[in-house]
Design a binder for this molecule. Structure first.
Ligand SMILES: [Zn+2]
Length: 229
């Protein structure tokens, strides 16, 4: 009976192992995917900085546009003026607006430089993320393959377990199952040098002796596991 139970236990321990890995799987996958979080944040930052410069350029473009309209209007008005004095006053007013335009154009050039360097950063971050993404996808794919294999193995193990249980004395099986479900670990442990290898306590001589006989169900006084020697 002991040998049959040991064989069963081998399956049960593997079942526990697989079930734990399957339970931990979603968290592991989550962790893999979160590796891209920093790169995503860096890319979003770079894009935001670029956007700010681009909207500044747009704003200055509009300012230039409105000044050009102003010049157009001044030129029309100038055609209707009567005196030379009025005319030259208007000319200097137009010059002043032209100078404003050229100042804004200089500012735009500076912003363009900044926008270009931000655009380069965006491009680099995009390529970082792409590289990282393909690595993570590969890892996730590997994990999915492993999970599928484990699930297949688990199905086989459970069928094997069912078939094996049929050949085990129900009295032994009930106790074994009860201890197994309580400990979630070995239910049947070896007596080594007079010590229970489940809880590492020294066993009374009678227990050692009885465990060696392998006839009756002997359980450890300390941890309750089934013993064999
Ligand atoms: Zn024990």
């Amino acid at each position: 009976m002991i040998d049959k139970l040991l064989e069963l236990q081998e399956r049960d321990l593997r079942i526990f192992q697989i079930e734990k890995e399957l339970r931990d799987n979603p968290a592991r996958k989550e962790q893999m995917l979160s590796r891209m979080g920093d790169s995503k944040t860096a890319l979003a930052d770079a894009r935001e900085k670029l956007k700010i410069q681009q909207s500044k350029i747009k704003m200055f473009d509009l300012e230039i546009e409105s000044r050009r309209e102003k010049i157009k209007k001044l030129l029309t008005d100038q055609g209707n003026l009567k005196t030379n004095k009025e005319y030259s006053a208007m000319t200097s007013q137009i010059r002043a607006v032209e100078q404003e335009i050229s100042k804004i154009e200089d500012q735009i050039l500076g912003i363009w430089d900044m926008a270009e360097s931000h655009a380069a950063v965006v491009k680099a971050k995009e390529s970082d993320l792409k590289g990282e993404d393909s690595m993570v996808q590969q890892d996730v794919k590997g994990l999915d393959v492993r999970i599928a294999e484990l699930q297949k193995e688990l199905t086989v193990l459970k069928l094997e377990r069912q078939a094996m249980s049929a050949g085990i004395d129900p009295q032994w099986l009930v106790i074994y199952d009860r201890i197994l479900n309580k400990k979630k670990d070995r239910a049947l442990v070896e007596v080594r040098n007079g010590v229970c290898s489940g809880c590492h306590m020294s066993l009374p001589p009678t227990q050692k002796h009885d465990a060696k006989k392998r006839v009756e169900i002997i359980t450890c006084t300390f941890c309750g596991r089934m013993l064999y020697a």
